[in-house]
Write a protein that binds this ligand. Structure first.
Ligand code: SAM
Length: 254
């Protein structure tokens, strides 16, 4: 997977992403990342990239020309390496809200280009020319698209095969099937008088799996009732089996 970020702050993107798991995946060649400085492509002799919006209004707008030319440079590089251009994502509070299944979908691409806005945003005409996807990371307004691009690149990278050391861990995490992940514990067995749940020390993998599923369901029900409802709708047989199990238990006790 090759990430290309069009930004006015390339050092922010590079320093934020070249560490830990993502950094190691880059060293291994599973991922590549380039941050392209839009300012390097302006034809303005004072290196300006923004101007006042027509019709008035607050703030400045990033101009079409430097954004377009910076993207053309990225596109030429991708073509020179024998690939198609790929999707161009504009980070904007006006876009579709980013979530885990989008991360999985984007992880199938070979190249993704992220366009980071600043100030009041970007001249609409260049967006119409180059953008394929408009994505928001939530209903709030940030000063720039760099943090949203970094959030997306991090989440997408984890879904690229080989990035996580244990392929399974991406599949059992929160949101993988509408459920939040179960609580986890590590050593020591007792900490501040709090014990690790006994079942996790039992070595009975079937029972551990059952316990984890129950915990996931409970957690989701309390913390994300919207997700719980979706899960419950698709997993009716879980409730039927559970009711049968409980009926059997009651019969044994009689
Ligand atoms: N005037 C714009 C509007 O009302 O939609 C907001 C511009 S914002 C101050 C500057 C830049 O930050 C945007 O162009 C976008 O790239 C980025 N940005 C801000 N909030 C974002 C969010 N929630 N998700 C993705 N990008 C965001």
């Amino acid at each position: 997977m090759n990430f290309h970020v069009l930004t006015l702050f390339p050092e922010m993107v590079m320093s934020g992403l070249c560490t830990s798991i993502i950094g190691r995946a880059m060293e291994k060649g599973i991922l590549s990342l380039e941050a392209v400085n839009i300012r390097d492509y302006t034809i303005n002799k004072h290196k300006k990239v923004d101007d006042y919006p027509y019709g008035g209004g607050a703030g400045m707008l990033m101009q079409a020309q430097p954004v377009f030319d910076a993207y053309q440079a990225v596109l030429e590089k991708i073509h020179s390496e024998g690939r198609q251009g790929g999707r161009v994502i504009y980070l904007t509070p006006q876009g579709r809200t980013f979530h885990q299944s989008m991360a999985k979908e984007f992880a199938k691409e070979k190249d993704l280009t992220f366009l980071c806005g600043h100030y009041e945003g970007i001249d609409e005409r260049v967006l119409e020319e180059i953008v394929t996807d408009y994505v928001s990371i939530g209903d709030y307004v940030l000063t720039g698209g760099e943090l949203p691009a970094m959030v997306m690149i991090d989440a997408i990278s984890r879904m690229v095969p080989g990035v996580l050391s244990n392929e399974d861990s991406g599949e059992t995490e929160s949101f993988s099937n509408y459920l939040l992940e179960y609580p986890q514990y590590s050593r020591p067995e007792v900490w501040r008088d709090k014990r690790v749940p006994k079942i996790l020390l039992s070595g009975d993998h079937k029972k551990v799996d059952e316990w984890r599923l129950e915990q996931s369901i409970e957690k989701t029900k309390i913390q994300r009732p919207d997700l719980y409802e979706k899960w419950a709708e698709e997993n009716q047989e879980y409730f039927i089996k559970k009711a049968k199990r409980e009926a059997r238990k009651r019969n044994h006790m009689k």
